[in-house]
Design a protein around this ligand. Structure first.
Ligand code: FMN
Length: 361
């Protein structure tokens, strides 16, 4: 019997259903990673290697799953990661994603490369939004984005630092990745909004190589932090020294990320990098993690290693592709329900009081 796409019981099954629905170029762009996709796989396998030491006879009748991030209280410690081009998955694109996030009372991080403008997305929802920033060589573009995000009510800026150029994404090269003529990047209108079809290679790789700043350093992060009174988080940190530099350069939060295995292949899995970043942060700033979150138990593992919250990427796109806003909401609820179950069974009913001894050696 062929399973109906709405009958999935866990998020690992979703990719297969989305693959049946999406065009090959879109599916490969969403699902794929860089190089041999070693890091893409390892992000998940590294979670699978971790084992719990659950505590028994702990009163788990009252759970606390909510966390406070810079004054915003959300219902679960999992956010929606910034991802480009949602309208490739569904006509309502980022608007549907943002409405689902609001309904689940969590934060959506809106990508610079959204296929709707940051203002349109903010107008479509009352939910909390953060803005993910790519730094263009033209600094005025960067300044404008930060100012627009603040004016539209975004509550934090997430600067992605792992993408001075695009990783070698072979699927996109093979598919000549581009945006169909009907789709534009909503945040731009002066020639930065298109990725036209070309005769060879990934159009996105060429876009980024020609427009992003490959000379970026920690000094520039300091400059960005000085542009706004919004909290600035650094996304893409995987080492102790970089975590320290993030904080001394003005970051108020760190996202441990390898871009879902899409940038430098063979990079360490994020859950394996988390502990040293948490140690470096010394509790001064929240540390978040993304990459490979597919299960409530993955969230619990990240919290036990010291993360304040996690972000989930691809499963949200699969939900969007399958059923728009409802589809994303269901993905978020599935993760939340699994986390609820794991909190009770582990004997750690409060997400803010999970300790590292939950994990075995
Ligand atoms: C299709 C796709 C597009 C992405 N676009 C962006 C982006 O525009 N900016 C960014 O900082 N990260 C981007 N990412 C990386 C995600 O924010 C996140 O780090 C990653 O997807 C987490 O891994 P997961 O998909 O295994 O949950 C993208 C990821 C995917 C899958």
């Amino acid at each position: 019997m062929k399973l109906n796409q709405n009958c999935y019981v866990n998020l690992r099954e979703l990719e297969g259903f989305a693959g049946e629905k999406l065009q090959q170029m879109t599916f490969d762009y969403y699902a794929g990673g860089a190089g041999d996709e070693i890091t893409l796989r390892d992000n998940i396998e590294a979670f699978d290697r971790i084992r719990f030491r659950p505590k028994m006879l702990i009163d788990a009748s009252q759970l606390n799953m909510s966390v406070n991030l810079f004054g915003t209280v959300i219902d679960t410690p999992s956010l929606i990661a910034p991802m480009a081009f949602h309208k490739l998955a569904h006509d309502e694109g980022e608007i549907a994603m943002a409405r689902a996030a609001a309904k689940a009372n969590t934060i959506m991080v809106v990508s610079t490369l959204a296929t709707a403008s940051l203002e349109e997305i903010a107008e479509a929802t009352n939910g909390p939004l953060w803005f993910q920033l790519y730094v263009y060589r033209d600094r005025q573009v960067t300044i404008d984005l930060v100012q627009r995000a603040k004016a539209a009510g975004y509550r934090a800026i997430v600067v992605t630092v792992d993408s001075p150029v695009l990783g070698k994404r072979h699927r996109d090269v093979r598919n000549l990745f581009h945006l169909p003529p009907s789709l534009k990047m909503g945040n731009f209108s002066t020639g930065l909004e298109d990725i036209p079809e070309q005769t060879s290679g990934s159009g996105l790789a060429d876009y980024i190589a020609s427009l992003y700043d490959q000379a970026l350093t920690w000094k520039d992060l300091e400059w960005i932090a000085g542009l706004t009174d919004l909290p600035v988080l650094v996304k893409g940190v995987l080492r102790y020294d970089d975590a320290r530099m993030s904080i001394t350069s003005g970051a108020r939060g760190i996202v441990v990320s390898n871009h879902g295995g899409r940038q430098l292949d063979s990079t360490i899995a994020t859950i394996d990098a988390l502990s040293e970043v948490v140690q470096a942060a010394e509790g001064k700033v929240p540390v978040l993690l993304d990459g490979g979150i597919r299960r409530g138990t993955d969230v619990l593992k990240a919290l036990a290693r010291g993360a304040t919250a996690v972000l989930m990427g691809r499963p949200c796109l699969w939900g969007l592709a399958l059923d728009g806003e409802q589809g994303v909401f269901r993905v978020l609820e599935t993760l939340k329900e699994e986390l609820r179950n794991a909190l009770i069974l582990s004997g750690f009913p409060d997400v803010n009081a999970i300790t590292s001894d939950l994990i075995g050696e």
